[in-house]
Design a protein around this ligand. Structure first.
Ligand SMILES: C[S@@+](CC[C@H](N)C(=O)[O-])C[C@H]1O[C@@H](n2cnc3c(N)ncnc32)[C@H](O)[C@@H]1O
Length: 213
């Protein structure tokens, strides 16, 4: 579920790694500090990691370099191919999504994702967190990096700013994808028994670290 944006990633896959390096002016701020954001996820992760939406495998690569085992769930065939080629078989990438996915080959102690959770509606996010809450053990973690807004006014201001800068594709993304507010996410995690903390990394991206209690 939440697969409505897959065609977009089939088209974007070949140039995605250029975008994260800041070559697309519209997304430059969202990807500012990209490597540091991925490193921050790695430093918060345990030893056995379930990753959703790995894309071209940049976070996976860093997790593997840190000695962790990773099982990647990626719904876009083009992204899966790029990630597999980049990592030369060092990690397994299988078809699936945040809500429907094959059983990992190990019991994960950490569930990670970067720049992907907003593809789910808030109802789907809630269902995903509920599922992870049942799967994870005490003190295990969810560590996600994604665009989050402090409140609905900040969300609307970001859309208005994008349009005033002539960033019409960014404005359209912000209007059509499902970016949550901090309060909405906090409520979703705490309702499923997680203690959650948020750390801001740029104008768009926050890391949320949710520990199972
Ligand atoms: C913006 S890319 C992020 C890729 C990578 N995690 C990174 O940080 O560079 C979003 C990724 O999420 C994937 N995705 C889209 N919808 C998804 C879903 N419902 N479940 C899991 N992954 C999804 C896309 O195919 C894409 O690979």
């Amino acid at each position: 579920m939440g697969r409505e944006f897959i065609p977009l990633f089939e088209d974007w896959a070949a140039t995605y790694d250029q975008t994260v390096q800041g070559f697309d002016i519209q997304y430059k701020e969202a990807f500012r500090g990209y490597d540091d954001i991925l490193d921050a996820i790695v430093s918060r992760s345990g030893t056995h990691v379930l990753e959703f939406g790995p894309g071209t495998g940049n976070l996976t690569d860093k997790l593997l370099d840190a000695g962790k085992s990773v099982f990647g769930i990626e719904p876009s065939p083009a992204m899966r191919k790029l990630a597999s080629d980049k990592l030369s078989g060092r990690a397994e990438f299988v078809d699936g999504d945040f809500l429907t996915f094959p059983e990992p080959p190990f019991q994960a102690d950490t569930i990670v994702s970067s720049y992907a959770f907003h593809h789910l509606t808030d109802e789907e996010k809630r269902a995903a967190i509920k599922q992870y809450g049942k799967y994870l053990h005490l003190h295990d973690k969810i560590v996600f990096a994604d665009t989050v807004f402090e409140d609905v006014q900040a969300y609307q201001q970001a859309i208005d700013k994008a349009r005033s800068q002539g960033f019409y594709q960014l404005a359209n993304d912000l209007e059509t994808e499902h970016y949550p507010t901090l309060d909405a996410l906090k409520e979703m995690f705490t309702a499923e028994g997680f203690a959650v903390q948020f750390t801001q990394h740029n104008d768009f991206v926050w890391i949320m670290e949710a520990i199972k209690r």
